[in-house]
Design a protein around this ligand. Structure first.
Ligand code: NAP
Length: 403
């Protein structure tokens, strides 16, 4: 089927972004080859007059918020979508619509999506036992104010990467976050064209009850990027400075509350941020949980691995750790996906267990490598990865946040 095939008369399948699930990372806008995606202070939206269903934006979206469609007679305008807190129901708009045509359009959407998702395993779903997240409380036109409580370098002084642990005090502001959610940072100033800088997104690296239990603060893990407006702004902040924040964002990359659940975490670099939050949550709330926690964490060298010191103190009974290094002077390059293969028996046992939840966070490139390792490990263990992965996705047990 041609993605640009004409619509049945009088009906339109409109591509929409779910504002409740979207984490405002901007990947869709960056990916869209024909500029159909844009954003305002609140939402990322798709212009129905421009979108040609090429589906290029579907697979890169880290949350699946991009996977939404409504069959409509008149397209929702960009301005309408900018004002949404949630997606409108399909039913409300389709009562007088020919059901055969509706079904034909829905089949067409399903086919296009299946194509776009080949390799990703389908739409993201939150774990069944996850707590209900709060989303979109604050935006650019109504941000929350936080005060820097601490800004500590995590990587050694001689490391190439400057990665920071930044603690933001929320004072009296109610800003509920769950482990795995993100917040937006508004860097002050404007770009060369006089436009405000885009809101940049960071995963919260502290658990829901703060850096220490019952403190109204949160931590971020930020790497200074050479040309990064927001990362340099954050990394240079001094204690006491005010920061404008938006969010919280994200409704699927959440941890299971079920203490029986195995949590299998795979990350590179600052992709470790949500896993620090997961680990702390388990330690505080479920320290005797029978479920297994596993961490595969890749960095260039120990000096470059955020939280290397604190991680060494996390007991094996709480979390098994595989710290993997790609640039050790006297060792061959190793990535997380290579280490997984060397521990194939352990990994396949986890994949075969219905209580296992997989989380992948970090560099986009690792997603394919990890997927290939899972497939090869499954082949050796006579498991069918092509069947396991979509089932895990559907059951809210497979989560990817790479960008
Ligand atoms: P990095 O330091 O550049 O790399 C970390 C490790 O990953 C290095 O050992 C690197 O090896 C290795 N690596 C490179 N390509 C790989 C591949 N295809 N498969 C597996 N490993 C690979 O990482 P970083 O700059 O911190 O990147 C972290 C990523 O996490 C960023 O893309 C960021 O956007 C994302 N993220 C950040 C947050 C946050 O809150 N800060 C949250 C979610 C996601 P070599 O370089 O030696 O090849």
């Amino acid at each position: 089927m041609d993605a640009t095939s004409p619509q049945p008369a009088g009906l339109l399948k409109q591509h929409l972004i779910d504002p409740e699930i979207c984490i405002r990372c901007g990947t869709c806008e960056e990916t869209c080859p024909i500029d159909a995606v844009s954003h305002n202070d609140d939402n990322y939206v798709v212009d129905a007059e421009i979108c040609n269903y090429c589906m290029d934006c579907i697979a890169p979206c880290p949350t699946g918020s991009i996977d939404n469609w409504r069959v409509v007679k008149t397209a929702y305008s960009v301005d309408e979508q900018f004002g949404w807190d949630e997606l409108p129901e399909q039913g409300e708009f389709a009562d007088d619509v020919d059901t055969d045509l509706m079904e034909a359009l829905e089949d067409e959407i399903a086919a296009l999506l299946a194509d776009a998702h080949s390799g990703t395993g389908g739409k993201a779903v939150a774990p069944a036992s996850a707590a209900k997240p709060t989303v979109n409380l604050f935006n650019r036109s109504k941000p929350a104010n936080a005060v820097v409580q601490g800004n500590f370098r995590l990587t050694e002084e001689d490391a190439e990467n400057d990665v920071r642990h930044i603690i933001l005090d929320l004072g009296d502001t109610v800003f509920p976050v769950l482990e795995g959610q993100s917040i937006g940072i508004i860097a002050p100033g404007t770009d060369a064209n006089g436009n405000a800088h885009a809101v940049r997104l960071y995963s919260v690296s502290s658990p829901r009850d703060g850096e220490r239990p019952n403190t109204n603060n949160m931590a971020l893990t930020v790497k200074r990027e050479a040309e990064g407006i927001c990362s340099n702004y954050l990394c240079d902040l001094e204690k006491g400075a005010s920061v404008q924040i938006t969010g919280p964002f994200g409704a699927t990359f959440l941890m299971p509350e079920d203490p029986q659940a195995n949590i299998f975490m795979i990350c590179t670099g600052t992709g470790s941020a949500p896993f620090r939050a997961f680990t702390e949550r388990r330690r505080r709330a479920m320290s005797t949980a029978p479920g297994q926690m596993d961490l595969y964490f890749g960095a260039r060298r120990p000096e470059e691995l955020p939280y290397f010191g604190p991680l060494k103190k996390v007991p094996q009974e709480l979390m098994r750790q595989q710290l993997v290094f790609s640039r050790l002077p006297d060792s061959p390059k190793e990535y997380v996906q290579d280490r997984m293969v060397t521990r194939a028996e352990e990994v396949s046992a986890l994949l075969a267990d219905e209580k296992t939840h997989v989380y992948i966070c970090g560099l986009r490139g690792m997603e394919t490598g990890v997927d290939e390792s899972f497939a090869s490990i499954c082949r050796q263990a006579s498991l069918d990865w092509e069947a396991i992965k979509p089932r895990m996705r559907e059951e809210g047990r497979y989560h990817v946040e790479t960008y």
